[in-house]
Design a protein around this ligand. Sequence first.
Ligand SMILES: N[C@@H](CCC(=O)N[C@@H](CS)C(=O)NCC(=O)O)C(=O)O
Length: 335
Amino acid sequence: MEERYRLIGGPGSPYSLKIRALMRYRRLPFDWLIRARVADEVAHVKPPTIPILHTPSNDHYQSDSTPIVDYLEQRHPGQRSVIPDDPAMAFLNFMLEDMSDEWATKFMYQQRWLDPADQEFYGHYLGWFREGPGPWDEVAAYGSRMRDRQVSRNALVGVSPANRPVIDRTFKLVMGAFEKLAGSRIGMFGDRLSSADFAFYGQMTPGAHAPGASPVMRDEAPMTFCWLILMDDMSGWEPGPWQDQEQPPCQAVMDLLGLCGEAYLPFFKANADALQAGDEEVAVDIWGTTYRQRPFKYQGKCYRILRERFAGLGDDARNRILSILDKTNYLQYLI
Ligand SMILES: N[C@@H](CCC(=O)N[C@@H](CS)C(=O)NCC(=O)O)C(=O)O
């Protein structure tokens, strides 16, 4: 019988939603567990983030969503894979997945933890998942603790009134790209889904529930709103082919690559420089505004991995990526 995994996470965690939807799409059997209810079991797992994938047959615990994607690809090659088979497209998919996890995540965080109305709602929401079923006011005690903890991390993520214009513009660009996608086909890299599609699904879903962002999304990106609902369970979807590698990427991908060049890569570079110099702050010009936050070590590692992947590509894949990115000036960040 096929092995049944255990996926440990939380319904409020964008990275958990990413992996849960991806595993449904890949038809990999699993039980879904809320982390708080198995806290002792996973206390030893590093890094201590969710989601965590447990494989009972070898008692392996894997955290960090991108390594989980790779682990599942290795264990189930070819079974509704979420990695494009063309290496050039696989690299662009990897970069967009990482941009979603490390940069788009800033709007996800802002949509929950910057405005008081969103803070209140999301504090209760996380409280109810942890302590419910129970009355809304009775889950408030835990919810308020969670709210205070998350709000106190705004500085770490870069969520602040001063950074808001950059983060809002990121959200608009992402919504715009997905409106184009949802108006034409299911996935960024073909008539099937890739890990980057699931990453954006994870980061956009909390906003679709947030008091402030939800109406904006319904008004400005109604098809994206529907796409998010659909993406939750794609187990019955028959994947078509990956996009023909002779064709240029679709407009949604081009728009998101533009966002990589204008915001995520300059931020990654500035963050890496600040880490190296031992600076207290990253300050980087994005769209004419100075975006500021504390340096983030984990994202220094992400940037290194991205550059290593690019350096490891064969000539053909590299040249095709160069021609796609030709009109941008951001190859400097990859080479
Ligand atoms: N890079 C990790 C990030 C996962 C992550 O940050 N998860 C959050 C919840 S969405 C978490 O577990 N945080 C633990 C904490 O804040 O202590 C991934 O891709 O899985």
